[in-house]
Ligand binder design. Sequence first.
Ligand SMILES: Cc1cc2nc3c(=O)[nH]c(=O)nc-3n(C[C@H](O)[C@H](O)[C@H](O)COP(=O)(O)OP(=O)(O)OC[C@H]3O[C@@H](n4cnc5c(N)ncnc54)[C@H](O)[C@@H]3O)c2cc1C
Length: 374
Amino acid sequence: MNTLLNSAQQAQVDQFRSFARQHLTSVSEKLVSREACLKEFLQKLGQQGYLGLHVAKEYGGSGGTLLDVVLLVEALAEMEPGLGLTIGNHVAVIETIQKFGTEQQKSKYLPLLARGEQFATLAFSEESAGTDFQAVQATVRGASDLTLTASKRWVVTGDFAGLFLVLAKSEENKLVMVLVDRAADGAAFELLKDHKLMGLSSAYVNDVEFTDLPVNATNKIVGDGAEVALFAMDVAKVVLASAAIGLIDGAKGQAVGHAREREQFGTTIGQFQGVQWKLADLECDRVGARLLVQRAAWSLHGEPGLFRQYASMCKFFAARAARLHSGEALQIMGAAGLEANSLTARFYNDAKMMEVAEGTSEFQKMLLVKELNI
Ligand SMILES: Cc1cc2nc3c(=O)[nH]c(=O)nc-3n(C[C@H](O)[C@H](O)[C@H](O)COP(=O)(O)OP(=O)(O)OC[C@H]3O[C@@H](n4cnc5c(N)ncnc54)[C@H](O)[C@@H]3O)c2cc1C
């Protein structure tokens, strides 16, 4: 039973699961090996209306909330957790435009993003600016005509995103955020690196260089750059946390199936208390993490003053639980789980990366402690 969801939302979860079964089962492994095209899959989500779940109706969305998004991502991540990273960045840019964007930015970009005709991503990190994102060296010069120079690292979907939310410093050395529109400014882009990472491999992670890129002044985000950046990260991390829950669910399915079938010492291994307790721990953390994630998603509008606190808590808690329980699921599988491309091994690698992507676990604790005002 889920104490937060009403019957309409529960029906929506069933729809998301059925979509995942129908459209993701056959391609999830291919998305990871890149034999299937991620962009095409995302376009399918867009056509289905799933990238506009939380976009206001007047801008072509369904008028829902971040809670709808986390329900979707949990269902998809049970098969492919890396989608949580890609969708998280897209959703974070949408929410940033909804909260801080001008009317012009909203009407230009939200309909495209909601339909999946354009994909959005976050470009904050640099060689010497990771957790310390305020150390960015990217610059935005000018007042009416802006010029951006930036060397960005670890940009999800850097190779095909159409809209980049870029963190830079102004001439006054203040943090600012600009929207870089690839269709308008594509000529000055350089894709430096396509990272080959240990997990979350369906997400494409690139380094991107913008050199003396002209950016329309209307694409500047109004407001304090640091606050906008933190908000965008808060949204992205809630979505990634929901992928962590899907991952735990997927790992549970694998481990329970194996525990029911594998026989040792004359009985199935699921009859051993040592195995049962691993699964009991998993289930407690899975349900606990899900409640935290849903609470965080709800608080974006329902309790905005606590959004950062819940976002940090849920990301930290869910990523740690995913790492712990994907490891225990592997333990239950024994050697059968250790084949390099087995789903259980993939979940284990994906889970570790969730403790770093969208802000490390230590960063979440730093934010949490700040909110606690000790
Ligand atoms: C798969 C993936 C996708 C990503 N996607 C994007 C993206 O789309 N856009 C983007 O801009 N960035 C992206 N990133 C970058 C990500 O945001 C950074 O990796 C993250 O913020 C950490 O920065 P770092 O890796 O430089 O680690 P560092 O900041 O160098 O940290 C190294 C270690 O030191 C710890 N540490 C640092 N400072 C402190 C402190 N004050 N107290 C205690 N411990 C501390 C960290 O927690 C970590 O354990 C992505 C990263 C990954 C792995």
